[in-house]
Ligand binder design. Structure first.
Ligand code: NAD
Ligand code: LMR
Length: 338
């Protein structure tokens, strides 16, 4: 905070800044929706060299929005310039999947980007930088990024599963014909992929002023353990099939939800889903980037402990863990053979 009482600007880097997610994201960040209406920002926008022209057009648009919080916009194709002194790093840039592909099909191409950017983050970013990986396969890209940026604390790395979390809330709300904000404590466990486990066994919904367990309110276990789970697992593919492009507006909204909660904290007795580096909680291999329910206070998250498991849940959690271990092994092979 400067002597005037005005906050010092924070530096926020967005990679893949010329892409479709960034186009929605930049507006929300620049409006103060994420870091606060009193938090000035210096934006660092990174993309590959052929996209520098697009970035110059984006800067014209940012200027034309007249955002009072934006103090400077740096556009670059240099990782050094992009990551120098950043407080927040949003790793969006990567190849998106096309119809018929699984997210892990992107692995070989995309993990190499994350090795190079991990080395640059290590060298140039602030050690307190908060990192969110969005580019797919998000969990495994985050694993590689963290692996090559060892001096940054492990708890500063995360990947995006908030979109899946929001999708789960929306499905429950639509089934009960209530607003999504009346649904709380859904959980996405594991990988941001079709093996993820959207879990509403502890979720609650407020209907007509009374808070009830989602399983009680819906009274259809077959749907909650069947179509609900597969709809959320396959939602990304459904959007691609319909739009011929991967989700962008909803992804940008989820990025903002994730970062806002990480910056400002979660409400008491509520949790959100975040892909984080596992500390072994719930028997998950230590070091894997795994989505857990987390609560956040003073900028730090903690994994919600002690939630009950049954055989059904345990099987789904093991399946998504197995996929992450396989992805991790493939990614380590792809990045160490260079
Ligand atoms: P897009 O193709 O519109 O944009 C990607 C941008 O990244 C492009 O401008 C491209 O030039 C840039 N890029 C490529 N390599 C780069 C590099 N080495 N450095 C910097 N920039 C680079 O894609 P999009 O729709 O914005 O999606 C971006 C990524 O986010 C994809 O991997 C997509 O699958 C993923 N995604 C994740 C989630 C999630 O919930 N985790 C949700 C939606 C999309
Ligand atoms: C999504 O979940 O919409 C994104 O991860 C894009 C994709 O490949 O599914």
């Amino acid at each position: 905070m400067a002597a005037s009482g005005v906050k010092d600007p924070i530096r926020v880097v967005i990679t893949g800044a010329a892409g479709q997610i960034a186009y929605s994201l930049i507006h929300q960040i620049s409006s103060g929706d994420v870091f606060g209406k009193d938090q000035p920002i210096i934006l660092h926008l990174l993309d590959i060299t052929p996209m520098l022209g697009v970035l110059s057009g984006l800067v014209m648009e940012i200027n034309d929005c007249s955002f009072p919080l934006i103090k400077e916009v740096v556009t670059t194709d240099s990782e050094q310039t992009a990551f120098t002194d950043v407080d927040v790093a949003l790793f969006v840039g990567a190849m998106p999947r096309k119809e018929g592909m699984e997210r892990k099909d992107l692995l070989t191409a995309n993990v190499k980007i994350f090795k190079s950017q991990g080395l640059a983050l290590e060298k140039f970013a602030k050690k307190a930088v908060k990192v969110l990986v969005v580019g797919n396969p998000a969990n495994t890209n985050c694993f590689i990024l963290a692996h090559y940026a060892q001096s940054i604390p492990r708890e500063n790395f995360s990947c995006l599963t908030r979109l899946d979390h929001n999708r789960a809330k929306a499905q429950i709300a639509s089934r009960l014909k209530v607003s999504p904000d009346t649904v709380k404590n859904v959980i996405i466990w594991g990988n941001h992929s079709s093996t993820q486990f959207p879990d509403v066994r502890s979720a609650k919904v407020t209907v007509d002023g009374a808070e009830t367990a989602v399983f009680e309110a819906i009274k259809d276990d077959a749907w909650l353990k069947g179509d609900f789970v597969s709809t959320v697992q396959k939602r990304g593919a459904a959007v691609i099939a319909a739009r011929k492009l991967s989700s962008a507006m909803s992804a940008a909204k989820a990025i903002c939800d994730h970062m806002r909660d990480w910056w400002h904290g979660t409400k008491d007795n509520e949790w959100v889903s975040m892909g984080v580096i596992s500390d072994g909680s719930y028997g998950i291999e230590k070091g894997l980037v795994f989505s857990y329910p987390v609560q956040i206070k003073n900028g730090s998250y903690s994994v919600v402990q002690g939630l009950a498991m049954d055989d059904w849940a345990q099987d789904l959690i093991e399946k998504t863990q197995k996929e992450l271990v396989e992805e991790k092994n493939d990614a380590v092979k792809a990045t160490s053979s260079e």
